[in-house]
Design a protein around this ligand. Structure first.
Ligand SMILES: *Cc1c(COP(=O)(O)O)cnc(C)c1O
Length: 419
């Protein structure tokens, strides 16, 4: 079936057959909105409202400080980490939900450099990553390298093809984002990790656009460390704490400079001098934003109703459909697909460039199709199988076509910082 022959009715029929369809009811989305930005801020699980009410009114309001124990506030980072673990191929006791992705990356990178400094590759000084990586990842790596001095530096590689050769005898750590935030390109994690290890480097993977979006198996890939977001595909809420994965075999030697009391062996001994706890608790630092942290559970609850395999199957079907429809129905317009067509290399988004990408995206948002824009010229559409359907894809492309056909966008529009 070519895209030309796909009808809206066919998309509606596909929605009716969709095994994930019922999960749409677990989310609250405003009427008249087709939300294609769950890769930036996931939609709100309906349950989050009640959970927030409960945490604020009962746990905080009534139980007060007792809630650290009675409501298990202390255990939340580990408990949520254990619930998130199966989504990324991690095991019990290897993940905590805490801090921000930027901070967790700092901890993981510091620990990886520390591990290398104590071994046969102690002379290595380079952190290798891609110039196209999300800026905060590069900023954090550069900040750490400059802080350490001793010749540490970040090497930015310009293309994926150049990555293997960049893992040379000076490379201590290969730090990559698994799915690129702008293009949606998905790396072969197992292959690159194997290559890094064969050449004496450790790997740190950022799963910001992978967790809850694509199947990830950190153990099968034999990765060393990983971090990621909960407010994107995991629907944890704006600014929800991030996660960090430290596999059991690295925990004993996991050391970083953010040695706050939550990673102390006996936090309430209020002892002089730091001695780290055992296990994944070493990745913690200080007191967490409990209200926000608690809401992460509502997003994870939804994932327990399905599997990443089912999510992936629908994600590829949605992005395939979107690409086919854009390329057939908007064929006369200067749109270029930026995201890989090859399934194995594609995340859960489809990005197109257009010379007036910013203005076209602003017009789309005005019409209720919420995607976002990333420099240069890229319109980014995220597809979240838990709450996006095939008819949504059809309707979004119809609105895009209408805007382009009528040139109904304002090229002179002021650029705002948000979306
Ligand atoms: C979204 C994203 C982040 C966000 O980091 P924060 O510290 O949570 O602001 C970091 N890295 C990547 C690759 C991202 O996509």
């Amino acid at each position: 079936m070519t895209a030309i022959n796909i009808s809206r009715e066919a998309c509606v029929a596909r929605d009716e057959r969709d095994p994930l369809r019922a999960l749409r009811e677990r989310f609250d989305l405003p009427d008249g909105v087709i939300y294609l930005d769950g890769n930036s801020l996931g939609a709100r699980p309906k349950a989050a409202l009640q959970r927030a009410q409960d945490v604020v009114a009962r746990e905080w309001g009534e139980d007060l400080i007792r809630s650290w124990n009675t409501a298990s506030w202390f255990d939340l980072p580990k408990r949520l980490g254990n619930r998130l673990a199966p989504l990324i191929g991690a095991r019990e006791g290897e993940v905590v939900v805490t801090d921000t992705t930027s901070l967790n990356l700092f901890k993981a990178l510091a620990a990886a450099l520390h591990l290398q400094a104590g071994g046969p590759n102690a002379a290595r000084r380079t952190i290798v990553t891609e110039r196209s990586n999300f800026p905060t990842d590069i900023y954090m790596a550069e900040g750490l390298a400059q802080w350490l001095q001793q010749g540490y530096r970040v090497r930015l590689v310009d293309s994926t093809e150049e990555l293997p050769a960049a893992v040379d005898e000076d490379c201590a750590v290969l730090m990559l984002t698994h799915v690129n935030y702008r293009t949606g390109y998905q790396h072969d994690m197992a292959h690159l990790t194997r290559h890094a290890h064969a050449n004496g480097a450790l790997t740190v993977w950022d799963l910001a656009h992978s967790a809850g979006a694509v199947p990830v198996d950190l153990h099968a890939a034999e990765a060393d460390f990983a971090v990621g977001c909960t407010y994107k595909y995991l629907n944890g809420g704006p600014g929800a704490p991030a996660f960090i994965w430290v596999p059991q075999h690295h925990q004993e030697h996991f050391a970083h400079p953010l040695t706050g009391w939550w990673s102390h062996a006996r936090p309430f001994a209020m002892a002089h001098g730091f001695s780290p706890c055992d296990g994944i608790g070493r990745a913690l630092c200080g007191t967490q934003p409990v209200v926000s942290l608690a809401l992460v559970e509502c997003g994870l609850d939804v994932f327990e109703q399905t599997t990443m395999a089912a999510i992936r199957e629908k994600s590829l079907a949605l992005t395939d459909l979107f690409i086919e429809l854009v390329e057939s129905r908007c064929a006369s317009h200067p749109l270029g697909l930026v995201t890989p067509r090859e399934h194995a290399r594609r995340g859960s988004q489809a990005s197109f460039n257009h010379p007036h990408g910013y203005a076209v995206m602003a017009a789309l948002i005005e019409r209720g199709v919420i995607g976002d824009y990333r420099e240069p010229e890229i319109m980014r559409f995220g597809f979240t199988p838990l709450y996006t359907g095939y008819a949504d894809v059809w309707d979004a492309v119809g609105i895009l076509k209408d805007i382009l056909d009528r040139s109904a966008y304002d090229v002179g529009a002021e650029r705002s910082a948000v979306t």
